[in-house]
Design a protein around this ligand. Structure first.
Ligand SMILES: Nc1ncnc2c1ncn2[C@@H]1O[C@H](COP(=O)(O)OP(=O)(O)O)[C@@H](O)[C@H]1O
Ligand SMILES: [Mg+2]
Length: 502
């Protein structure tokens, strides 16, 4: 029999009155890749945080290699060979890659850290596991994918045998995801045991040996990869078959958002070049592209976060090219940011403070510069209920919500703004199937109400399903424009990679 490297027995976890884990029993075998799937709020992170010593269980037992353990901190878990790559990285921006990896376990020379030895050790480690990094680079200069590698190396440096990944691909580009999945496989091949939390079922089918499905705090199913498929897993996650969507034809009205020769030239490069696009009332316009082809900069130029170096932006016929974010909002633009942590929300602020953002001066919330707290709370409560955000209270901090629930709240805030234009960037990245359907419904509802929606997404499925018109963005230029139904997924995929459409 294979050895159970850990076993969790009958764990309950209560947060106040909320039962986040309900009699959860799961185990991991030596050398196995185990996937934990489930909708946002299902309790996946909670059970792994308990295993990692970040949260204390209310009831139940944990065994590591057959021995009962009581972890009070992550160092306790680490001492037993358990490491976790969390959703938010815990790295020091102004330290080097190598310094971050050895942090708290420095190689010293007398009183000081032995820099040369550190760099060499880290380089060896990175070669051993095929995780490419530059030990001497500063973290602040590293893109997300690289930071994740640093987190993984940090755990490997501490000789972890069990590595837990909590939705590692939510922050990555498609290419980075591929290389992460390769890494996970090779770690398992080298004898490490892996837990991967994800709700991307394609990823599950690529790497999992075994799968647990969680719903509402409970484990509802256990499957070997060979005995299931993405349809069944989706069904088990949400408790019903996700609907196949038929979208009625759009009835576009007048132009609401338009760019003329919009360009951004930076460091001798054309990041955006002569972008001519328009979004009309009552249509969803998709920007298809592999991320990194100018989407972020387009988003920023359209919302006033970045000044373009050439061309013009018009909102409802008025030029807003160099106006700031506030002016854009005032002229009728709502905006769901791609980076919900950076621009979308203030983590330390409460749910109602986050909901109030950009609405501080509305008469329903403000009377002679006094905020109407009661009205704000009531409104926040309505959003929470309508969008099924799993939260305890309007006055809790937004960072206490699971990532998907925070995203739902920010999306709710922007969708409910009642503006003529909505810019939606990766609105469902890191969100499970149930919530994704819900957000898609709301976007289509906006369209029915005459709103013009610009949808920037690297999920081809999402673009194909929702868009009435599609622009392809490649290397900062628009390389194609299609009406709904006039292009298939394959052709679009080829164009997105810079191929030609014949
Ligand atoms: N620190 C906390 N305080 C209160 N409630 C929490 C806390 N962490 C998680 N929860 C709640 O517990 C439930 C499970 O959350 P989580 O384990 O993060 O879900 P998942 O990772 O599956 O998305 C959710 O309803 C969430 O809001
Ligand atoms: Mg989670």
């Amino acid at each position: 029999m294979t050895e159970k490297i850990f076993e969790i027995r009958h764990i309950d976890k209560l947060y106040g009155t909320l039962l986040a884990n309900d009699d959860v029993s799961i185990h991991l075998n030596q050398g196995e890749i185990l996937c934990l799937v489930g909708e946002n709020g299902a309790g996946k992170s909670t059970i792994m945080k308990i295993l990692y010593g970040l949260e204390a269980p209310t009831d139940g037992e944990i065994f590591v290699k057959g021995q009962k353990v009581h972890f009070h901190t992550p160092s306790d878990a680490m001492a037993r060979g358990i490491g976790m790559v969390q959703q938010h990285f815990m790295l020091f921006e102004n330290m080097s890659v190598a310094e971050n990896i050895v942090f708290k376990n420095e190689i010293s020379k007398g009183l000081f850290m032995d820099r040369k030895q550190t760099v060499q050790t880290v380089r060896k480690l990175s070669e051993k596991y095929g995780l490419k990094i530059d030990p001497e680079a500063k973290i602040e200069d590293c893109p997300v994918g690289l930071r994740q590698r640093v987190e993984i190396l940090k755990i490997l440096y501490q000789s972890a045998e069990i590595i837990i990944f909590d939705e590692p691909s939510a922050v990555l580009t498609p290419l980075e995801v591929e290389s992460l999945l390769e890494t996970i496989k090779s770690l398992a091949a080298s004898g490490k045991s892996i837990v991967l939390i994800t709700h991307k079922l394609q990823e599950v089918m690529t790497v999992a040996d075994r799968i647990y499905v969680m719903r509402a705090g409970k484990v509802v199913a256990e499957r070997l990869r060979g005995e299931t498929d993405t349809d069944e897993l989706a069904y088990l996650m949400v408790g019903h078959h996700p609907a196949l969507r038929e979208v009625p034809a759009a009835k576009p009205g007048k132009i609401l958002l338009e760019t003329k020769k919009l360009s951004l030239h930076r460091e001798g490069r054309d990041i955006l070049k002569d972008i001519d696009l328009h979004v009309d009332a009552g249509e969803v316009v998709g920007i298809a592209g592999v991320s990194g082809n100018g989407q972020t900069e387009l988003e920023m130029c359209l919302t006033g976060l970045q000044r373009p170096t050439g061309g013009q932006v018009f909102l409802q016929g008025e030029e807003v090219t160099n106006a700031g974010v506030k002016a854009h909002r005032d002229s009728g633009m709502a905006y769901i940011s791609e980076d919900r942590y950076l621009w979308g929300s203030a983590g330390e602020a409460t749910l109602s403070e986050n909901v109030l953002m950009a609405k501080e001066n509305r008469p329903e919330f403000n009377s002679n510069n006094f905020l109407k707290q009661k009205a704000i709370k009531a409104y926040t409560k309505r959003l929470i209920e309508r969008f099924s955000v799993k939260a305890n209270d309007t006055e809790q901090k937004i960072r206490e919500l699971s990532g998907g629930n925070a995203q739902k709240l920010i999306t709710a805030r922007e969708i409910m703004m009642d503006t003529p234009v909505l810019i939606c960037c990766e609105p469902t990245r890191g969100i499970d199937i149930g919530a994704m359907e819900f957000i898609h419904d709301r976007i289509l509802e906006k369209r029915e109400n005459g709103c013009g929606v610009l949808l920037v997404s690297s999920e081809l499925n999402e673009i194909m399903t929702l868009s009435d018109r599609i622009y392809v963005l490649f290397e900062g230029k628009i390389t194609g424009e299609f009406k709904r139904g006039a292009v298939d997924e394959k052709t679009l995929g080829v164009l997105m990679l810079g191929g030609r459409h014949d």
